[in-house]
Design a protein around this ligand. Sequence first.
Ligand code: DGJ
Length: 719
Amino acid sequence: MIHHLRAAGTSLILDATGSGTPVIVHWGADLGALTPADLDALAAASVPPVGPSSIDVPLRLSLLPALAEGWSGRPALGGFRVGATAGSRVGLPDGSPAPSGTLDPALTLVAVHKRGDNTLAIELADAHASVTVTTDLELTVQGVLRLRHTVTNTASEAGAGTLELAGLDAILPVPDRAAEILDFTGLWSHERRPQRSTLGQGAWSRESRHGRPGHDDSYLTVAGTAGFGFRSGEVWAVHLAHSGDKRVWAERSALGYAVVGAGELLAPGELSLAAGASYTTPWTVAVYSAAGLDGLSARLHPWIRSWSTITGPRKVLLNTWEAVYFDHDLPTLSRLVDAAAQVGVERFVLDDGWFSGRTDDQRALGDWFVDTAKWPQGLHPLIERVHAAGLDFGLWVEPEMVNPDSDLARAHPDWLLGSASAPTWRGQRVLDLANPDAFAWLLERLTALLAEYPIAYLKWDHNRDLLGGSVHRQTAALYRLIDAVRAAQPGLEIESCASGGGRIDLGILERVDRVWTSDTNDPLERQQIQRYTSVLVPPEYLGGHLGAATAHTTWRTSALGFRLATALFGSAGIEWDLTRASAAELDQIAAWIAIYKERRALLHAGVIVHADASDPALELHGVVATDGASAVFAQVALAAPRTALPAPIRFPGLDRARRYRVRPLLVGPAPQTMQTVPPAWLAAGADELVLSGAVLADVGLPAPLLTPEQAALFTLDAV
Ligand code: DGJ
């Protein structure tokens, strides 16, 4: 049968009529309703010719491309079998040759199970190689394609031949016109730097070996038509929903095929499947859009929101890290609580420094007991103060880590992951979570803290690469640990942090309510980091904090208005010693928080949009309500513009037929401009402008002449 999955402008056509692995005939634009006869005709017509110096049959790209099919690109399944002996021990008739050596199964189709309208489970087997593979595949109503494979070693008897798995990946075809690749790299405090390349023949391959995705994570790999942007171009994107090591690639073969692929990066010998054992890959998330990167977000965000753990409005929080670092004491923090309450903060998060012996970042990780020197009565007096001020309380932890200088490491040197001779990182080592004793101890410590104190929120940090041990086992154990903590404390919110944005992926996102987007609070850096992180992850997850005027990461000084305008578009917070802020600054912050509270329902549920500006110094981004009734936009000057008069601001994503009232929205002091006369529509009294969505999108409005590192905000409300 030929299966046609359709949703939200996307089609996937799978030809399962043959005896082998089903062939992917099409993944891309919706092809409309096709009759069975249409599908037969399409599948038959898509069979390619046989070229010279080639295999003697047409090569059609299957769901699991393999050497045995004639595919000489990177195969979907790789491994080898060790220790097999002949005959029935591997489930074969007596006397038949035993499978051994390289695994290159010739899979045959056993069955395709339809689990729902757009959900298939495809069963494949190779009796001779003693493996089965099941592929789960779903095209969600939002147009997001997810797939994963499960391989089982079907040898019938223990010891009959272990399967050493080298890799099992999802591979999807992209058309010839997907000639340009966008993916991401980055550094600490500079995550999500976009990089573009042309996909020539060969593979553009990215690997993460950090034991976490890392600051340079490829994040989302997008293949698209030449010059694709936020609003234009056809794009095919893949992401692996996994927080451990991984590989993601795009490959154009000299045979004429192009693919994108993704899978967990397994170390040699890391995954041995004994007889009867299985391995299920993480989900690969794949999205097509004919409307550029914003089109990808328009599918990904509603899908993520359909399963998100976020239940209520994103509270404005104050995090103590850049305010006090390790200097914890009740009087200092009480003053900070009061200042936070005064401006309207709703959550107080006590960052690193609260636990036994933690005087700096070189010691005590692992000793998850409240430090009695700093907190003689425990955290109770602080939490009471926080509650009395009307806020809830959050606490920082870094459960996977341990300092050699800690009671835990001294008591349990056998709980450490990796080689003892490998370098420490920030003075720390990693706890082996796959060790049941270490796991149980951590679970006990975390749940004991949660039982003793009314903690609404954990900031769960992870500040080093693993550099050893089994990342596969560690990642699985981490997921189990988070799941167990959440189960023990229903309603608890968790923020994922990894030295900022080193662990942001859709595997962790299933388990957390917020991600710390980056350690930098510098708004200029943040504009870029938030812009690209939000292509995949909806803005309500992306922690963005108002920091001190001079950023602690770049030493750049920024205006309050620019800092406020930047932190508004995410899960907003403050990370600044408010006791040092002036009365005027506190007033501005309070007004900003009031605007955030008023608008967060829109900011956190709307559709994110970006203009493709001709001038890279000027960026327009915004959020439009899903019903098109309102929007908030920010025109951001990153640097000096190319022209004295920049191009008009054209507002994308509005309902073209509706009329909108456009008003400037002031957060903090007015943005600095260099203009003798402002644009007429922004001049005093001219803020009652009403124009149609079509006019605002196609003609636009003259931009104010912002000086570098300034942002002007606008609200648009349908009348
Ligand atoms: C790294 C995080 O990214 C920071 O926000 C802070 O929590 C520190 N760790 C604390 O050690």
